[in-house]
Design a protein around this ligand. Structure first.
Ligand SMILES: [Zn+2]
Length: 234
């Protein structure tokens, strides 16, 4: 490898760690998850078969002996986990169905759901992102079942992600489902690609937030942030 290539690589590396830590400052390529036009031509079973083959090739390339009892089933387990679990949010058929209820109590203040578990995967390294999401909205006459907010967070987390995009996808989905602009989303998460490789920082976390409607005013934003403050001091 010549000097220029090494410099290129170093530049690329530092750019990636910059992206990881830039919080909500950097501009994404797209708010939509970049998908191929033929993304759903194959069945889940066909995808599992293919990924299994490819993952077996990766393991063998690394020199692992797949005749070993412990490793033999790994390509299948990884393929099944990708399609049915950790990347199941790529498929719109897995999107949670949301039922709305009338806001019978005429509660017109913000409703906050705190500490929703986020378990996602960094799309740059395919390593875990894990943390907490806090969501608030002001009802426009309708309310949503609380567990549905968790399910929406989970659905968009189960994709290869960038934290900023995850934040905006949750925000936009809640706006759409709740028929209101008044939504806030805040995510504080750790990236294993930052803690276990690269810069190897185990203490830093990345904070991203998205505000719309009434949450764009400083007072509402303050109210929201102060009520999740106990988590911020962790
Ligand atoms: Zn990463």
């Amino acid at each position: 490898m010549n000097g220029t290539k090494i410099a290129d690589l170093q530049e690329k590396e530092s750019l990636v760690s910059l992206f990881e830590e830039m919080g909500d400052e950097h501009v994404l390529s797209s708010l939509e998850t970049p998908m191929r036009a033929d993304a759903f031509d194959m069945s889940d079973e066909e995808k599992i078969d293919k990924i299994q083959e490819y993952f077996k090739a990766i393991m063998e390339t690394m020199g692992l002996d797949l005749t070993d009892d412990s490793l033999r089933g790994t390509p299948y387990r990884v393929a099944k986990m990708y399609v049915q679990e950790i990347f199941s949010g790529l498929d719109p058929k897995n999107k949670p169905k949301v039922a709305l209820f009338d806001n019978k109590y005429q509660y017109d203040q913000m409703l906050i759901e705190k500490n929703i578990l986020v378990q996602s995967t960094c799309e740059h390294h395919f390593l875990p992102i894990y943390g907490r999401c806090h969501v608030a909205y002001i009802s426009n006459g309708k309310v949503i079942g609380l567990s549905k907010i968790n399910r929406i967070v989970q659905y968009f987390s189960k994709r290869p992600q960038v934290q900023e995009r995850l934040t905006m996808q949750i925000l936009n989905e809640l706006k759409r489902e709740l028929h209101t602009e008044d939504v806030a989303v805040y995510i504080d998460a750790k990236h294993m690609c930052v803690s276990s490789r690269g810069i190897k920082d185990t203490s830093s976390s990345t904070v991203t937030s998205g505000y719309s409607g009434k949450f764009e005013t400083e007072q509402r934003r303050k109210e929201f942030l102060s009520s999740i403050h106990d988590r911020l001091e962790m």
